[in-house]
Each structure stands twice: as structure tokens, then as C-alpha cells.
Ligand binder design. Structure first.
Ligand code: PEP
Ligand code: MN
Length: 341
């Protein structure tokens, strides 16, 4: 349910409505807009009688949000959310490019990559310190040491960093060192982890689960937002289908669909979808063409020697060429408008 306040509603009237919502056991989420304040209401609305709220002073109307996801929906928050991280603005119109290796492997590997991608025009750095691996015998990440290296790479280049928090135990450590906390595809329905991310002050990059529907994806984001963290960036990274020419199947249609359903920024990870470097750039181009707010791309100084995801990592030369292409195409705003109308 959304309580839309009149343009001239006073702070006092807004507070009274917020209190009245709490009194009937629901949770108010004031959403200041450019024209007027609205108050999103979550909780088990079907069980209470909220009719009296509509008649309170300052209330313009009550809108019933039909979708199961509420705070993530455009029905509740029509204005596009823009998330600022350093100089990068997700959702503002120009694509934000995040680049770096799959995993932090050494000081040398991470800082070399960071300097190279910064010089080529990347906006943010990626690098896993805690790695979710299919096999327990594969490299599991450098842990705290990896986070310290990421921090050094950030200091050297000035680029903000994103890294994955794998579980509740390591969450505070990752939270302390990074600018954006990644919740990986395998953890998209780890509800306790989502709730913990919702209590963080840092923005969250939420990846779509490999078999998650759009509904499930948005409800996962809802878990984070329902705890008070509204800075969620969604990431389409490919889903599991019967098609086996690539590692996953990039669900390109999900981007315009998400755009119409949610106000949250949406980015794409073409690297994990493709699984091989030859298709990463074509998928990246396609993602920007359908209105992605950014890309997260794996780049490695020597992919043949990478400890994880070498086959899908771009070389520096490939990334440089792609970046010069991206920066020459300022057509995003128009494309997004087309998708929305
Ligand atoms: C990653 O980005 O390092 C990663 C493991 O991605 P995903 O969770 O999408 O597989
Ligand atoms: Mn990877």
C-alpha cells in the first residue's frame, strides 16, 4: 500500500500518518519525492483495517500496490533510483563500468589490473576475496589478505571497489573494506544474508540466482530494502537453460522487463553468462543496447594463468578496445526512455 501525501502536506501531518501506520502493526517507509512525499507501507496489510488512513489530514490518496514486491516496485516508487558510489552514478543514464579479475590473487595481479583498467576508463574495480566455488578443492579466495589488497588497489587508483560477502560470518569484514557489497548468484535466496545486507550502510550489488524468476529476484531485493537499505543494484548474470554453448544464458529480455517493474538500477555481468572471452563483448554491447545501467566485466593481466575464470576474462587489449567503443556511444538516455514508454 502507498499513502500519497498532498503536495502541501506538513511535516506534522506526515508524522501523524507514519504513527497511525505503526499503530496498526504495519511498517511505514517515507519516500520523499521531488513533488510530494509518499509513504510506502509494508507488512501483512490484508489482516488489518487501514481505511481510516485515507481520511487523515494531508493524505491525497491510497494506492494499493498489486505486485508482491513493494519497495522495489515502480508502483510504489516511480522515480528512477540513482546510486552514487564515488564518481560513478548507477541509474543516471551513462553506463557504469566495473572491471577487474574474478579473484584477488596477489598484490601484483590486483594493482596492475587496477591501474590498467583505471587508465582505460573503468569506473569501479571488482575482485573476489571470498570466492563461491563449485568444488571445495578449488581456490576459495585470499580472504582478509585479499580485502587488504583491494584496499591498496583502491588507494592507488581512486576507484571504488566491489567484492562478494559469502556468508554472515565474513560479512562485517567485507563491509568494512569495500564500497559495494556483492551478494552472489548462489546466495540470492540466502535470506539471512540478505537481511544482514539490508542492515548495512553500504550499497549492495545483488546478482540474480541461476534459476531465479524475475519475481524471486525482486523479492530478494525486497529483503534488503525491507531492512532499510535502499541502495540495491540489480545484476543480471545469466541463468541456467538447456542451451549449452555458453556457461549460462544471458536473459537479455530481463533488462527491459526489470526496468518497467523496478526503479532500482540494473547492470549486467556478461562474463559469467558467456563463460568464454570471445562472447563477452557482444553480450556487453547487447546489454547496453537494451538499457543496462552498467556492466561488471572480468579482466585479467594474464588470463591463461588466472586461478579462476581465466577463459572468460578479457585481456587488457580487449578491454581497452571495448572501453573506447563504450565511451563513444552516448545514446543510453534515449534508449532508456524508449524502453519506458
Ligand atoms: C563473481 O562475480 O565473482 C561471481 C562469482 O558471480 P556469480 O555470483 O554471478 O556467479
Ligand atoms: Mn568469476
Amino acid at each position: 500500500m502507498l499513502v500519497v501525501m498532498r503536495k502541501d502536506a506538513t511535516d506534522e501531518q506526515i508524522h501523524r500518518v507514519v504513527d497511525a501506520i505503526r499503530k496498526i502493526g504495519l511498517i511505514p517507509h517515507p519516500i520523499p519525492g521531488s513533488m510530494r512525499t509518499s509513504i510506502g507501507v509494508t507488512g501483512n496489510i490484508g489482516r488489518v483495517n487501514a481505511d481510516h488512513i485515507g481520511g487523515m489530514a494531508g493524505v491525497l490518496e491510497i494506492i494499493h500496490v498489486t505486485k508482491p514486491f513493494k519497495l522495489t516496485s515502480r508502483e510504489m516508487i516511480p522515480e528512477q533510483t540513482v546510486i552514487e558510489i564515488g564518481d560513478a552514478q548507477f541509474g543516471e543514464g551513462n553506463p557504469v563500468i566495473i572491471a577487474g579479475p574474478c579473484a584477488v590473487e596477489s598484490y601484483e595481479q590486483m594493482t596492475t589490473t587496477a591501474s590498467a583498467v583505471a587508465e582505460m576508463g573503468a569506473d569501479m574495480l571488482r575482485g573476489g576475496a571470498f570466492k563461491p566455488r563449485t568444488s571445495p578443492y578449488s581456490f576459495q579466495g585470499m580472504g582478509l589478505e585479499g580485502l587488504k589488497i583491494l584496499n591498496a588497489a583502491r588507494m592507488r587508483t581512486g576507484l571504488p571497489v566491489v567484492s562478494e560477502a559469502l556468508d554472515i560470518e565474513s560479512f562485517p569484514l567485507v563491509e568494512r573494506y569495500v564500497d559495494v557489497i556483492q551478494i552472489g548468484a548462489r546466495n540470492m535466496q540466502n535470506f539471512e544474508l540478505l537481511r544482514r545486507a539490508g542492515r548495512s550502510k553500504k550499497p549492495v550489488l545483488l546478482k540474480r540466482g541461476i534459476s531465479a524468476t524475475i519475481n524471486e529476484f525482486l523479492l530478494a531485493a525486497e529483503y534488503v530494502m525491507s531492512e532499510g537499505n535502499y541502495n540495491v543494484i540489480l545484476c543480471e548474470r545469466g541463468i541456467r537453460t538447456y542451451s549449452n554453448h555458453s556457461r549460462f544464458t544471458l536473459d537479455i529480455g530481463a533488462i527491459p522487463e526489470l526496468r518497467s517493474l523496478t526503479h532500482l538500477p540494473i547492470i549486467v555481468d556478461p562474463s559469467h553468462a558467456a563463460g568464454k572471452r570471445s562472447t563477452v563483448i557482444p553480450l556487453a554491447r547487447a546489454s547496453l543496447a537494451v538499457g543496462s545501467d552498467g556492466l561488471i566485466i572480468e579482466v585479467h593481466p594474464n588470463p591463461a594463468e588466472a586461478v579462476s575464470d581465466g577463459p572468460q576474462s578479457l585481456t587488457f587489449d580487449m578491454f581497452r578496445e571495448f572501453m573506447s567503443e563504450v565511451r563513444q556511444t552516448p545514446v543510453r538516455s534515449r534508449l532508456v526512455k524508449e524502453v519506458l514508454t
